[in-house]
Design a protein around this ligand. Sequence first.
Ligand SMILES: Nc1nc2c(ncn2[C@@H]2O[C@H](COP(=O)(O)OP(=O)(O)OP(=O)(O)O)[C@@H](O)[C@H]2O)c(=O)[nH]1
Ligand SMILES: [Mg+2]
Length: 280
Amino acid sequence: MFAGKREIDPGLLDEVEKVLLSADIGVRTSQKLLEEMRLSLSRKELSDADSAWAFLRRRTTELLSSGAPPVRWDQGHPFVLLIIGVNGSGKTTTIGKLAAKLVAQGKKVLVGAGDTFRAAAAEQLQIWADRVGAALVRGKEGADPSSVLFDAVKRARTEGFDVVIADTAGRLHTKTDLMEELQKVRRVIAKAAEGAPHETWLVIDATNGQNAIAQAQIFTQAMAVSGIVLTKLDGTAKGGVILGIADQVGIPVRFIGIGERVDDLREFNPEEFVEALYEQ
Ligand SMILES: Nc1nc2c(ncn2[C@@H]2O[C@H](COP(=O)(O)OP(=O)(O)OP(=O)(O)O)[C@@H](O)[C@H]2O)c(=O)[nH]1
Ligand SMILES: [Mg+2]
């Protein structure tokens, strides 16, 4: 598609629009990119099809580059990361994968089983913790998630852990009482360590397509979210949904999940992502 120089023909914008929509970029962000391209074409800033496609790649990369500085894992000791999201989005799995990465970097990691809703949730986290060499703090089924996570952060302080990753039960952003429970978790964690949680990441399932954007918008209105993890990108035809999130939610995408295995978590890299997005 990108090979060879071509004159700009009137069908170009249609072709670009088709590519944007088939990449699941969504109507709103697609229209924005198309409008910019139309403008550049009319100003004769783009001389041929190649330069038009290059323009698209550049603008897409810019949209995805939030300008946010890299995560500072050393801004607290322990650094406390709170993980939230709807049911089944991939929170616990992401925590396992992330813990593995941090342990591999030589960090002492503790995971907190703040999902006390089902005993199986703590079990699942326990399995990940054992597997990747992280410590675990869990409570009884039905325990107050805040108290379990308070204990987790306390223990991490006493025993000199570098990072605490706190799991929470999946919840719908529309359930007020559950969102209030998360607010309480934040307040209680802050009592266990000043400045904690240092980051709160929303885990979103990319296979939800354009619904993922709506979900991100509503969640981030209810909670102070500092980062997004987009999971199950291996299960979608295209990952253009990230573009909609970056453009319309304005919170940096930190990691992407590309499978169920321990090493299927990648730091999000806009350049690489754009190459893959427009590859075919
Ligand atoms: N293909 C694929 N599957 C994933 C990915 N991340 C998680 N999963 C799978 O998605 C399912 C749900 O993952 P969990 O980590 O249990 O999700 P959760 O958000 O903790 O779920 P709840 O605690 O029930 O809210 C599991 O079968 C995971 O293996 C991913 O990046 N790709
Ligand atoms: Mg879970």
